[in-house]
Design a protein around this ligand. Structure first.
Ligand SMILES: CC(=O)[C@@H](O)[C@H](O)COP(=O)(O)O
Ligand SMILES: NCC(=O)COP(=O)(O)O
Length: 250
């Protein structure tokens, strides 16, 4: 079974929020993603709603329920009471817990599992009661003890934080060890029946070595690089459409 792709809509939402206009539409782009082979949609609502707005969650839930019942909704974030209420309302198939501080520009580390074990155990139990799969954002540093604690919280999966790997891809002497550490973390998780997802700064270029090293990788969630490619590869046709709207014979 190949690794599934969940398309993260945060970057689309951030572009939309530049204006008080409904485009680009997270619903329309989410639909295209699911029509084109993605297995799910990911959002990471943050407390200031600077990209995904809380009102987007119902729209995405309805899109999946009405048009793509096989698809999965993955909600990522720090488990505040507000976040858990949002999850209760949106009934995602998967929740990914991330140790983000509200002031962070983006996610940049996994959980300190020994420090937060009791807190995570409590939150995981609450989410499992809602019927959702739970994944925990984890550093891919090869720490098998941390993976054991992640499993002990009751979580179903970890999501490997691939930012450092993405950041040094193209430099074999740095990316090689980083990939191997991710692989070792995945091996430790899979050996104790803890599923493995991955995400952050993944691209068309750096995905193939990752899935080769971790063939049982269940899911990747990708937003920034995928949105950048969508703009680049969609630019030519879009410019042609605007030229046609001006009467150019293109
Ligand atoms: C957990 C993770 O790596 C992603 O959710 C990432 O934080 C995407 O959100 P932004 O694109 O808004 O940073
Ligand atoms: N969980 C990672 C994610 O959803 C997207 O991260 P990125 O591709 O925007 O870096």
């Amino acid at each position: 079974m190949p690794t599934t792709l969940s398309v993260n809509l945060n970057a689309i939402a951030m572009l939309r929020n530049r204006r008080d206009l409904p485009w680009p539409s997270v619903e329309a782009l989410g639909r295209i993603a699911l029509q084109s082979g993605a297995s799910g949609l990911t959002v990471h609502p943050r407390p200031d709603q600077r990209h995904i707005r809380f009102s987007d969650l119902k729209v995405i839930r309805n899109l999946i329920d009405d048009e793509f019942p096989e698809a999965e909704f993955n909600i990522e974030g720090y488990p505040t009471e507000e976040f858990l209420d949002l999850c209760g309302g949106a009934a995602p198939e998967q929740v990914t817990l991330v140790p983000d501080d509200p002031t962070q520009a983006t996610s940049d580390h996994g959980w300190d599992f020994s420090r937060h074990q009791a807190f995570l155990t409590d939150v995981v139990a609450k989410l499992k009661k809602m019927g959702t799969r739970v994944s925990l954002f984890a550093d891919g540093d090869g720490d098998a003890d941390a993976v054991q604690i992640a499993k002990a919280t009751g979580a179903d999966r970890i999501e490997l934080y691939t930012g450092p790997y993405g950041g040094c891809y193209g430099s074999p002497e740095r990316a090689g060890p980083s990939l191997e550490a991710l692989g070792k973390t995945a091996d430790a998780a899979l050996a104790i029946d803890l599923g493995v997802n991955a995400g952050h700064d993944l691209t068309v270029a750096n995905l193939p070595p990752l899935v080769k090293r971790i063939p049982k990788l269940a899911e990747v969630s990708i937003g920034h690089g995928l949105t950048a490619d969508a703009l680049e590869y969609g630019m030519a046709e879009t410019v042609r459409r605007f030229c046609r709207a001006l009467g150019h014979k293109i």
